[in-house]
Design a protein around this ligand. Structure first.
Ligand code: FAD
Ligand code: FES
Ligand code: MG
Length: 275
């Protein structure tokens, strides 16, 4: 589990978006778009889920892209090429159901842009007509634009502050597209408020909408129940039943509340570690 390559992404060095290529031959053999790993930087640390963005079964490597959010991603960003990670388990979660849907819109918000990359490539390879919408707060934290443009038939970029692409939100573009044309699938990954809004925009059009949920995970193998989410009135575990779910059935309020539960403790532990 050695780090073989490391690169800072985004348009500024301090954007806090890092790509690492890690030796993980067994995971590289099996991983499919939509799946993730649970990773421990050190023996004392927590496990965090990260999406498998790319894999190279011949080299035996997987690529992960992460945004520095708190303690564990800060520690991971400080690891260098040649360092060993303590543990990686995967591939976890159900793979995306890749098939020919027809006209597909794929939306990535923030670090969700990394998570949509393997799905976008696979949807295009399955002969779908793919329109991709990327959204970030500002230009410096936009990444993978060139790669996603190559993997899409059409690509739009929005920034909240208007520093690049169109000023506004991904859902502004989504709304316009759905009013003009009929689409067979919308697939979205990003912050919870963004995915919730995507669901609200697509529902009146009756467009099938999938989201990959970023519920808090502890063991990530279905044992602890931490990642539970209400989907259509049934309790589901995001790690083993998901991470993808029908956006129109997700209890967004419940998920929002659960994802805030540890914020005080997360900030406290960062202060203790002077990070
Ligand atoms: P903290 O300060 O501990 O947390 C910051 C925020 O991250 C929290 O408020 C919470 O919303 C979220 N978070 C914290 N701990 C967890 C946890 N154990 N599980 C899930 N979310 C948590 N991020 C990426 O940058 N790139 C990815 O490819 C990616 N893929 C993901 C795939 C899945 C299936 C899930 C569930 C999450 C994914 N994430 C991804 C989110 C990533 O796991 C969190 O950013 C990370 O755990 C933050 O840890 P931290 O200690 O640095 O920050
Ligand atoms: Fe424990 Fe999903 S993380 S059940
Ligand atoms: Mg943490």
């Amino acid at each position: 589990m050695k780090i073989l390559n490391k690169q800072v992404l985004g348009n500024a060095k301090d954007a806090g978006i890092v790509r690492i290529e890690v030796a993980a031959p067994d995971i590289a053999k099996k991983a499919k778009p939509g799946q993730f790993v649970a990773l421990m930087v050190s023996e004392q640390g927590e496990r965090i889920p990260l999406t498998i963005v790319e894999r190279d079964p011949k080299k035996g490597t997987i690529t992960l892209i992460f945004q520095v959010a708190g303690l564990t991603t800060k520690l991971l960003s400080k690891a260098s090429v040649g360092d060993e990670l303590f543990a990686i388990v995967g591939p976890l979660g159900h793979a995306t159901d890749i098939k020919k849907y027809g006209k597909v819109i794929i939306i990535g918000g923030g670090v969700g842009i990394a998570e949509i990359y393997p799905v976008t490539k696979a949807m295009k390879d399955a002969e779908n007509n793919v329109t991709t919408i990327l959204g970030t707060r500002t230009k410096v934290i936009l990444f993978l634009e060139k790669e996603l443009k190559a993997a899409s038939n059409e690509l739009y970029v929005t920034t909240d502050d208007g520093s690049y692409g169109r000023k506004g939100f991904v859902t502004d573009v989504l709304d316009e597209l759905l009013k003009k044309d009929k689409y067979d699938l919308v697939y979205a990954v990003g912050p919870i408020p963004m995915m919730k809004r995507v669901a609200q925009v697509t529902k009146p059009h009756g467009t099938k909408t999938l989201v990959s949920l970023n519920a808090i995970m502890v063991d990530a193998t279905g044992m602890c129940g931490c990642c539970r989410v209400d989907v259509g009135g049934k309790v589901k575990f995001s790690c083993v039943d998901g991470p993808e779910f029908d956006a129109h059935l997700v209890d967004w309020e419940g998920l929002t509340k659960r994802n805030r539960v540890y914020i005080d403790k997360e900030q406290h532990i960062c202060k203790l570690n002077q990070l």
